[in-house]
Design a protein around this ligand. Structure first.
Ligand SMILES: NC(=O)c1ccc[n+]([C@@H]2O[C@H](COP(=O)([O-])OP(=O)(O)OC[C@H]3O[C@@H](n4cnc5c(N)ncnc54)[C@H](O)[C@@H]3O)[C@@H](O)[C@H]2O)c1
Ligand SMILES: [Zn+2]
Length: 364
């Protein structure tokens, strides 16, 4: 088992990573239960797949499930109301720990519910999707989607513990595994060229569920994110903004495909990273062979790497219009995460959207 600390003063917490951790969950969760009981927020698919195993690992502690339907639509005002009302109906108290057992939807929703119920109680993340294990369960961003856009209502609320059991991924749909993998590669592209080199040879083992390779990939990405969050918890200095590599392009692609099954978030991030590197090359910042490595890598995984395969070539103006509405804009400018090479991402606030539009019209 590996332990990664997130040092944030009184909001510090540990992230434990190990295959089979969920089968010994009682060891870590019993001290957090009150009267032998824990409220567990999950979605119906995850609970149907993993609920029995999770309850068995809790031994004498009683897990009371609070369930929402699987899928992004549960990360909504209605989903939040369901969860908050259920927590209150179960007499949640301020010092209690809510458990979030699920993917990023459950983590964001349960985390936000725990930030506001009784003016804030504690929560534990047990992420079950690869995206949640390497990204959304760490760092304390919680929230819901509203009519005006995704993730526009929420809170920074750090968990008190994160339990990552990579063996839970064995039941995850392979397409979801690939999408989550994009966030691992993204981290390598931001700040860790050696890790990217390792991924180029080990990615197939990671995706196939080889325990050693999978745990190493998850732990490296999580440790990298933890360090960035420590330096810039609330994304004020620009350091945490680096984690948005591939996301400005990616969000435009997601918005243009209407957040549908046509393009999962991680798939948008993969193509977004390719575009960010190509754009960096176009601006004379990055050497072309680095961008080619990025594209070749994502292509070898089976992730999208061209606008053409999504039917979005020549749609520069439409894609740029989504960027104009990006919530990360400040003073009317969109910050782009560009790269001087693999592992050398930086924030560029000098990018003119007209240049982005022309670039997107040009690329395939
Ligand atoms: N808070 C953050 O920092 C942060 C970062 C990145 C993404 N997010 C958010 O995360 C969400 C996406 O998360 P996601 O990709 O995990 O989606 P998700 O939670 O919808 O999970 C994807 C699907 O996989 C199923 N599933 C999850 N674990 C499973 C398992 N072990 N076995 C079988 N099925 C399983 C779920 O039921 C769901 O149908 C988005 O809302 C995004 O905004 C948040
Ligand atoms: Zn992401």
């Amino acid at each position: 088992m590996e332990k990664i600390e997130v040092a944030l003063g009184e909001r510090s917490y540990g992230i434990l990573i190990g295959d089979g951790l969920i089968d010994q969950a009682t060891e870590y969760l019993a001290p957090l239960a009150r009267n032998g009981r824990l409220l567990v927020v999950s979605d119906e698919t995850v609970w149907g797949t993993l609920g029995l195993r999770f309850k068995a690992g809790l031994a004498e502690i009683d897990a009371v499930p609070v369930l929402v339907p699987a899928g992004e639509q549960s990360k909504s005002w209605a989903g939040l109301q369901t969860v908050v009302d259920a927590l209150l109906a179960n007499a949640i108290e301020r010092k209690d720990h809510i458990v979030a057992l699920g993917g990023g939807v459950v983590g964001d929703l349960a985390g936000f519910a725990s930030a506001i119920v009784n003016r804030g109680c504690n929560f534990v993340q047990i992420p079950t999707s690869l995206l949640a294990q390497v990204d959304s369960s760490v760092g304390g961003k919680t929230g819901i989607n509203v009519a005006a856009g995704k993730n526009l209502v929420g809170a920074f609320h750090q968990p008190s513990l994160v339990l990552i059991d990579p063996s839970l991924l064995d039941s995850l749909d392979p397409r979801q595994v690939r999408a989550g993998y994009a966030e691992i590669a993204k981290y390598a592209l931001i700040a860790d060229a050696a890790f990217f080199g390792w991924l180029e040879s080990a990615a197939q083992n990671v995706l196939a569920g080889d325990p050693a390779a999978r745990s190493r990939a998850i732990a490296t990405a999580v440790a990298g994110k933890a360090r960035i969050v420590e330096e810039d918890e609330r994304e004020t200095s620009g350091r945490r903004a680096l984690l948005n590599l591939g996301h400005t392009f990616g969000h435009a692609l997601e918005a243009e495909t209407r957040y549908s099954d046509r393009l999962l978030h991680g798939e948008a991030v993969a193509l977004g990273c390719v575009l960010a590197f190509d754009f960096s090359v176009a601006r004379g910042l990055c050497a072309a062979p680095d961008a080619a490595r990025v594209r070749d890598h994502f292509r070898s995984i089976g992730l999208p790497t061209t606008l053409r395969e999504l039917g979005l070539q020549g749609e520069g103006e439409r894609l740029a219009s989504h960027m104009r509405h990006d919530k990360k804009r400040s003073n009317g400018r969109t910050a782009f995460i560009l790269a001087r090479g693999i592992g050398e991402a930086f924030v560029d606030t000098s990018v003119d959207l007209a240049d982005v539009t022309a670039f997107l019209d040009r690329v395939q």
